[in-house]
Write a protein that binds this ligand. Structure first.
Ligand SMILES: NC(=O)c1ccc[n+]([C@@H]2O[C@H](COP(=O)([O-])OP(=O)(O)OC[C@H]3O[C@@H](n4cnc5c(N)ncnc54)[C@H](OP(=O)(O)O)[C@@H]3O)[C@@H](O)[C@H]2O)c1
Length: 314
């Protein structure tokens, strides 16, 4: 049956974290969750923008239960401070939407020495998930949703373990593609590890297709205008439509761990949400394990998943 938000029951009592919640797809995601009575922590790096977005969402969804918490995903110390603040405020987490992202900026290294797209899109979310996972109730409704992109198939289509931070050679499109591939491989590997530990929590991945959001901010204005007034409308959809595969991954009870969602139209660029196709490399288990270990080392965290408690009958 086609996914329809109308068929999703109220999420009253549940708590979600959405990163990059003040703009684009994250903003739309919060609207959908709020419509379903879910409390949402808007994890944003700019408090003014976040307040403005919160006010806008509250006007659209009266009674929305929203809070703002500061996070800069390109700075591991900020991710740690966020996780600590979240734990002081909430004793459970039902849904983590690893959405925040940047695309095609000029080359720069973050305070932690990471290439900025890998830092924001991938490493920050890896650490955030590691720091919050134990707050998730062990049920199939608990979800970690990681955002990938059709771009995961572009560039070399592989993780460049020899030059993870593009220090030898930077291609802005290649580094974006690698970061989105890393997000997808992380989602897959997390699911394998959850299943191995006997957990019911589900790790799911999604991509929005193509949508005109602020993600294009590093593109020259003339290129943005050119696309907007030529092929753009044919090959893209609005942010509210583009958010639907993410909403489906987060809320559809039929979703299985490890599944990947995206739009169903031509080349998965637009259309109704459904199951999407990953590259072969994205499903390469050995590469995903290697990436996991490198990520643990680089973020300085041990991402252990304790075994699910055995249920013993008296
Ligand atoms: N739009 C598309 O066509 C498309 C296609 C494929 C995949 N995606 C993926 O979808 C996700 C959302 O993108 P979008 O299109 O909604 O882009 P967007 O409109 O630019 O929104 C990105 C959000 O991420 C936040 N963000 C950026 N850097 C951050 C940092 N260091 N710390 C915390 N938050 C940060 C931004 O905050 P500020 O407002 O403060 O900058 C903003 O809230 C991304 O992961 C992107 O890769 C988008």
């Amino acid at each position: 049956m086609a996914f329809d938000l109308e068929n999703i029951p109220s999420q009253q009592g549940k708590i979600a974290v959405v990163t990059g919640a003040n703009a684009g797809l994250g903003y739309e995601m919060v609207i959908n969750l709020a419509k379903k009575d879910c409390k949402v922590i808007m994890a944003c790096r700019n408090l003014d923008k976040a307040e403005e977005a919160k006010t806008g969402i509250e006007a659209k969804v009266p009674g929305a239960d929203l809070e703002i918490l500061l996070i800069d995903l390109s700075d591991l110390s900020s991710v740690r401070v966020f996780a600590q603040a979240f734990r002081q405020q909430c004793d459970r987490l039902d849904l983590l939407v690893n959405n925040a992202g940047i695309m095609w900026p000029p080359y720069s290294l973050t305070v932690d020495g990471f290439e900025s797209q890998m830092a924001t899109n991938y490493f920050g979310h890896f650490l955030l998930t590691a720091l919050l996972l134990d707050l998730m109730p062990d049920t199939s409704a608990s979800r970690v949703v990681s955002l990938s992109s059709n771009a995961h198939k572009l560039g070399s289509g592989e993780i460049n373990f020899e030059d993870l931070q593009s220090e030898q050679n930077y291609s802005k499109t290649g580094a974006y593609a690698q970061s989105k591939l890393a997000c997808l491989m992380f989602g897959n590997e997390l699911q394998r590890r959850l299943a191995k530990a006997g957990k019911k929590i589900r790790s799911v991945t999604a991509h929005p297709g193509v949508s005109n959001t602020e993600l294009a901010r590093h593109m020259p204005q003339y290129q943005i205008e050119l696309v907007r007034y030529t092929i753009g409308p044919l090959l893209s959809h609005s942010p509210d439509q583009a958010a639907m595969p993410i909403v489906m991954a987060a809320l559809d009870p039929d979703v299985q761990g490890g599944e990947y969602f995206g739009p169903q139209g031509f080349l998965e660029m637009k259309g109704k949400p459904g199951r999407a196709k990953q590259s072969d490399y994205a499903q390469n288990q050995a590469a995903a394990e290697k990436l996991w270990h490198a990520s643990e080392e680089l973020t300085g965290c041990t991402f252990a998943i304790p075994r699910a408690q055995e249920v013993t009958t008296p």
